[in-house]
Write a protein that binds this ligand. Structure first.
Ligand code: ATP
Length: 380
């Protein structure tokens, strides 16, 4: 990059991009977003996370100017930008379906945004070639999109977004059309580009692993509202609700009944006849007899050593070999399924006892469970 263009970029640098109180309604009385406050500091990689229909794409589309706001505003530092058309907001954008022009070569696709910005032809060509180099596609510059694999096409889409040298890139599920191994490969590529180019990214995904591995901050949406925001570690370790826990790998998510609160801050829950100690994570304290949701990560469940008499009595139902450890599905006498991962030997049909530290048994007042497809479902 020349000194002049570095200066030109610096001149436009922003500190914060903010959605303030944004609501978006597609039809009378029903809101896809409600009073959403969303803030991105320069250099952040923010993942918007949540199940289908929670409003992620709408939030991104409002930020991009592809959807009008019903109320609220969007600010780039002290400049209000929600009245600006998409192309004046200066964002790079990458979508799930690549959205490449099929009749244009890879090179021309990448040059397109520069042409729209009236960049002179020789500079256009140079910048497009440099960006294609960045995504390791230089040798395919002369091909048409149809002559590329899905992963390569999405790389072209990323190159096209980056060619305009945006400070902020918006991405809506860019990896979801790719097969598992390509997804992981391109995920690393996106992270590398983010780091190397010092980008600020707003990234929509419903994939917990993708969000955890890419983002510097997570924003979890629930029915168009912000449910929790924090670093991946904060949200992963301390989900504020059973709903968030469901997204953070707390695969054991089931209903129970609060039986007693103890003076040491732990709470006793009744799992259809067996008692388990946990920590209440919702505001307030539950009344004895109140319905609660228990969230436990499989890796926090330990097999009791030897003949220890305490612990939860279960039967191992399904044992899967996963190389260094086993993934085991167990069931309590009361019929509750508990998944765990262990390095110990265990076989299907074994009676075993489980130990779970009370601070890793998270108890909530909101209701959520995971269905057979592994999706988080909320109740009420
Ligand atoms: P997904 O992961 O399935 O894309 P999402 O979290 O991105 O879901 P949105 O696509 O933002 O969710 O949808 C939020 C709500 O708004 C949903 O109830 C959806 O049906 C509705 N919605 C989205 N787009 C439109 C539209 N163009 N017209 C009417 N309703 C819409």
């Amino acid at each position: 990059m020349t000194t002049t263009s570095i200066r030109a970029t610096k001149k436009h640098q922003f500190e914060r991009l903010q959605m303030r109180n944004v609501s978006r309604s597609y039809s009378k009385g029903s809101f896809a977003l409600t009073d959403l406050d969303l803030s991105l500091g320069r250099g952040e990689f923010v993942a918007l996370l949540g199940p289908s229909g929670c409003g992620k794409s709408t939030a991104l589309a409002c930020m991009a100017g592809l959807q009008p706001l019903t109320s609220g505003s969007i600010w780039r530092d002290d400049q209000r930008i929600d009245n600006l058309p998409t192309e004046k907001r200066g964002f790079g954008m990458v979508f799930q379906n690549y959205a490449l022009f099929p009749h244009m070569t890879v090179q021309k696709n990448v040059e397109f945004g520069l042409k729209m910005r009236k960049v002179a032809r020789p500079e256009r060509a140079t910048r497009a070639s440099r960006t294609l180099e960045l995504v390791q596609l230089s040798e395919h510059a002369g091909r048409l999109p149809a002559q590329l694999s899905g992963g390569q096409q999405q790389r072209v889409a990323i190159a096209r977004a980056l060619a305009i040298d945006p400070e902020i890139v918006l991405m809506d599920e860019p990896l979801s059309n790719l097969d598992a191994s390509l997804r992981v490969e391109l995920r690393t590529e996106i992270k590398r580009l983010y780091q190397e180019r010092g980008l600020t990214v707003l990234y929509v995904t419903h994939d917990q692993e993708e969000a955890l591995s890419l983002a510097t901050r997570l924003v979890v949406l629930r029915a168009g509202k912000l449910e929790q925001t924090g670093t991946p570690e904060e949200v992963y370790t301390n989900p504020v609700s059973a709903y968030v826990a469901g997204f953070m790998g707390y695969r054991n998510l089931f209903s129970a009944v609060a039986s007693a609160s103890r003076s040491d801050g732990t709470i006793e829950v009744d799992l259809n006849g067996q008692r388990l100690l946990g920590t209440f994570r919702s505001p307030g304290a539950p009344q004895p007899g109140a319905k609660v949701t228990v969230a436990i990560r499989p890796e926090d469940v330990k097999l009791s050593a030897g003949t220890a008499a305490d612990g939860l009595e279960v039967i191992a139902e399904v044992v899967e070999y996963h190389g260094r450890e086993l993934a085991v599905q167990t069931r309590t006498r009361g019929g509750i399924v508990i998944h765990l991962r262990t390095g110990e030997q265990v076989s299907a049909g074994n009676d075993v006892r489980l130990q779970i530290s009370p601070d890793r048994v998270l108890v909530y007042s909101d209701e959520a469970h995971i269905d057979e497809e592994g999706q988080v479902k909320t109740v009420g």
